[in-house]
Design a protein around this ligand. Structure first.
Ligand SMILES: *[C@@H]1O[C@H](CO)[C@@H](O)[C@H](O)[C@H]1NC(C)=O
Ligand SMILES: *[C@@H]1O[C@H](CO)[C@@H](O)[C@H](O)[C@H]1NC(C)=O
Ligand SMILES: *[C@@H]1O[C@H](CO)[C@@H](O)[C@H](O)[C@H]1NC(C)=O
Ligand SMILES: *[C@@H]1O[C@H](CO)[C@@H](O)[C@H](O)[C@H]1NC(C)=O
Ligand SMILES: *[C@@H]1O[C@H](CO)[C@@H](O)[C@H](O)[C@H]1NC(C)=O
Ligand SMILES: *[C@@H]1O[C@H](CO)[C@@H](O)[C@H](O)[C@H]1NC(C)=O
Ligand SMILES: *[C@@H]1O[C@H](CO)[C@@H](O)[C@H](O)[C@H]1NC(C)=O
Ligand SMILES: *[C@@H]1O[C@H](CO)[C@@H](O)[C@H](O)[C@H]1NC(C)=O
Ligand SMILES: *[C@@H]1O[C@H](CO)[C@@H](O)[C@H](O)[C@H]1NC(C)=O
Length: 615
């Protein structure tokens, strides 16, 4: 009797412990023939033996699912692989089935096959998710007949090989899981590249081989084995000699190498405590704004302070969710010999459209000849003129790869009907587009590459201040910053935190050919250069003009109308005065940077912040 009781007790105990472990360990270890995972059952997923990875249906949209693999313990499921990213299945009745023949098949509600491994085996097979994140089909003799590692999407995991026939392809956008246009792969020359391969254009953007050969970047085209991978310690090696280590090198952190939807390749490490990902490597020399085709035709990229796509005045964004579609004109341009007098150009300072030159006009052209040559040439959509004094004229057959940077001494001119320019009235940019890009946040807020953690408005702002401060460190542009900072304080928030450059002030005043680069030159060498050329004279006039307006209490005339009077007059006056101090004729009367910061960041900062609080 006692024995019976004891046996009963033991049986009960073991049954209890089994059921309790089953509730903890959710997910199936394997999928066996003629069994399925259903999209409708949340408990239907595979889990790797040590629970690092899970695999099942991942929701990519309303009623749209992709069969995926993700990190079990990242804060939000971080997907590392998808079977059917371009053909999602329905949220009802879809299932993943291992057929008796050895074919793993994903079917939609109607039973149609949306994806399959197309494998066949005479013996019994099963599906397993390994602790490496590799989903494999194994025969009963332990032969792997198919593995997800051979078909990466946008992510490479430790020990997963990138070989000659595999490519990482980015997602289309944030939260848009379908295949995007950025690719990471070996090119025909055996070198690993980042490539933009869009519907209209295709170009390599890393390593930049336009001026240097691959050898300059320490790569070699001579090893044709074409294999790359990184190990558990975070050490990456490739047959083309690309090598790097994760900044937190060593066994322990979970890592993934991902080609992000912004076209940047990043090595991430999982912070076990927070479940957040930290960037532990990304290639140098990749300038987000120079990613070719990023902003599409006519569009241009600038730092706002995050990279942002904009359209020239008179153009609009074709698709707010897809930058690469670019901008479309709000007008029809008719160009023939009789219409040239109805054409003009919209000017965008510190700006270049890279490539697509009509190489018909040469060097050493005056601005006027460059402009006229483009005006009468119907193939010419616009031109870029260099302000370095060499008379470099770049007429453009296509306006693509636009980017605007404060230290760029080039001005882009986009051909438009004359009436557009007349209605222009000081506006250059359409500022409606924002980049929702974790990547950009990382770049700006982390400075030294410390990671994404934090985020939020304050981090962004601090990041931007850091950027400004490092910018200020450069003596050559200190005076520009002095001005820029002032305007930035006024415009910040009121025009979507836009980084404002002198182009605005200049255009608001109607000095059409007056740019930051000229200002920079003028302020650097003010005394020597003033009066030498027409542009410096204009600069002088600008300053005089603003001074006069202040005296006459007519500040409103020099302010960009877009501000919509969203500023207090007193504060503005201070800022303009500071700006003018910064460009004083006498170097000695110009305030030191510390003084400027004091003037601007003291009460003003507080007031502005108070005002923001009201919004
Ligand atoms: C996780 O997802 C939630 C809900 O979609 C979102 O609010 C949160 O910001 C996400 N967290 C991270 C780190 O992406
Ligand atoms: C799970 O296995 C992987 C691969 O062997 C290993 O890198 C990882 O550290 C393991 N994780 C845990 C939690 O044991
Ligand atoms: C790449 O080639 C290997 C070996 O020929 C093959 O098994 C694999 O399926 C190929 N992968 C892709 C993505 O075509
Ligand atoms: C080519 O690269 C592979 C992989 O990195 C390496 O094992 C091999 O030794 C290299 N071959 C030569 C000739 O350098
Ligand atoms: C990565 O770390 C290993 C081990 O410390 C070292 O041998 C190797 O040179 C490092 N590679 C690079 C590219 O720094
Ligand atoms: C441009 O031309 C097209 C077709 O001729 C016409 O549909 C469109 O309305 C025109 N657009 C403007 C802004 O005039
Ligand atoms: C030029 O274009 C205008 C407007 O489309 C048209 O009226 C005119 O006939 C054209 N002239 C020539 C020479 O083609
Ligand atoms: C800027 O773009 C927005 C949205 O596309 C549009 O409504 C607005 O009219 C544009 N403004 C200018 C000046 O082109
Ligand atoms: C960016 O994100 C904000 C909210 O985070 C959203 O309101 C906005 O529409 C997004 N912009 C684009 C272009 O996706």
């Amino acid at each position: 009797m006692e024995l019976l009781l004891l046996t009963l007790f033991l049986t009960l105990f073991s049954a209890l412990s089994v059921s309790s472990t089953q509730t903890i360990v959710q997910g199936f270890p394997t999928l066996t023939p003629q069994t399925s995972l259903s999209v409708e059952k949340e408990t239907d997923f595979l889990i790797s033996p040590n629970r690092t990875f899970s695999s099942g249906f991942y929701k990519v949209g309303t009623n749209a699912f992709c069969f995926s693999i993700w990190f079990t313990n990242s804060l939000n499921k971080t997907v590392v692989w998808m079977a059917n990213r371009d053909r999602p299945v329905n949220g009802k009745q879809s299932q993943l089935t291992l057929r008796k023949s050895g074919n793993l098949v994903l079917t939609d509600a109607g039973g149609s096959v949306m994806w399959a491994t197309d494998t066949f085996s005479q013996g019994q097979v099963e599906v397993r998710l390994l602790d490496t994140g590799n989903l494999v089909l194994v025969t009963n003799s332990e032969n792997v007949i198919w593995q997800s590692f051979d078909y990466p999407t946008d992510t490479l995991l430790p020990t997963q090989l990138l070989v000659r026939n595999t490519t990482l392809v980015s997602m289309r956008g944030r939260g848009a899981y379908l295949s995007g246009y950025y690719k990471f792969k070996f090119d025909d020359n055996n070198v690993l590249n980042l490539i933009y391969d869009g519907p209209m254009i295709s170009s390599i953007y890393w390593p930049s081989t336009l001026r240097e050969t691959v050898f300059y970047f320490g790569r070699t085209p001579y090893n044709s084995s074409r294999v790359a991978f990184f190990n558990e310690r975070g050490r990456f090696r490739s047959s083309d000699n690309l090598k790097f280590n994760a900044s937190n090198f060593g066994v322990g952190p979970k890592r993934r190498l991902m080609l992000d939807y912004d076209g940047i390749l990043r090595l991430y490490s999982l912070d076990g405590a927070t479940g957040l990902w930290e960037v532990t490597w990304q290639p140098g020399g990749v300038d987000v704004c120079k990613v070719q085709g990023l902003c599409g035709p006519y569009g241009f990229c600038r730092y706002n302070p995050l990279p942002t796509c904009s359209c020239p005045y008179g153009f609009y964004r074709i698709d707010l969710s897809d930058w690469s579609k670019g901008c479309s004109p709000r007008f029809n341009l008719t160009c023939n010999s009789t219409t040239t007098n109805q054409l003009d150009f919209v000017m965008i300072p510190n700006m270049d459209y890279y490539g697509y030159d009509l190489n018909t006009y040469g060097l050493g052209l005056s601005f006027e000849s460059c402009r006229n040559a483009c005006l009468i040439d119907c193939k010419c959509q616009g031109f870029v003129y260099s302000l370095d004094g060499k008379g470099e004229c770049f007429p453009k057959r296509t306006l693509l790869n636009g980017f605007q940077m404060l230290d760029l001494s080039r001005v882009a001119h986009v051909k438009v009907p004359r009436d557009i320019v007349i209605s222009h009235k000081g506006k250059v940019l359409n500022t409606t587009s924002d980049l929702n890009c974790s990547a950009a946040e990382v770049m700006v807020s982390s400075g030294g590459g410390s990671g994404i953690s934090g985020g939020g408005e304050d981090t962004k702002r601090n990041g931007f201040m850091k950027l400004l401060i490092s910018f200020v460190g450069s003596a050559a542009i200190i005076e520009m910053v002095c001005i820029g900072l002032g305007w930035w304080f006024v415009l910040r928030k009121h025009v979507h935190e836009e980084l404002v450059n002198m182009g605005y002030i200049v255009l608001a005043l109607g000095f059409k050919r007056f740019t930051y680069a000229e200002l920079k030159r003028a302020t650097l060498n003010f005394k020597q250069e003033i009066g030498k050329g027409g542009e410096e004279n204009e600069y002088n006039r600008l300053v005089q003009f603003v001074r006069q307006k202040i005296k006459q209490d007519m500040l409103v005339e020099v302010i960009d109308p877009r501000l919509n009077h969203a500023y207090s007059d007193g504060k503005l006056e201070t800022l303009v005065k500071v700006a003018l101090m910064c460009v004083g004729e006498d170097c000695d009367t110009r305030p030191a940077m510390s003084k400027v910061v004091e003037l601007l960041s003291g009460d003003d900062e507080k007031n502005i912040d108070d005002k923001e609080g009201d919004n």
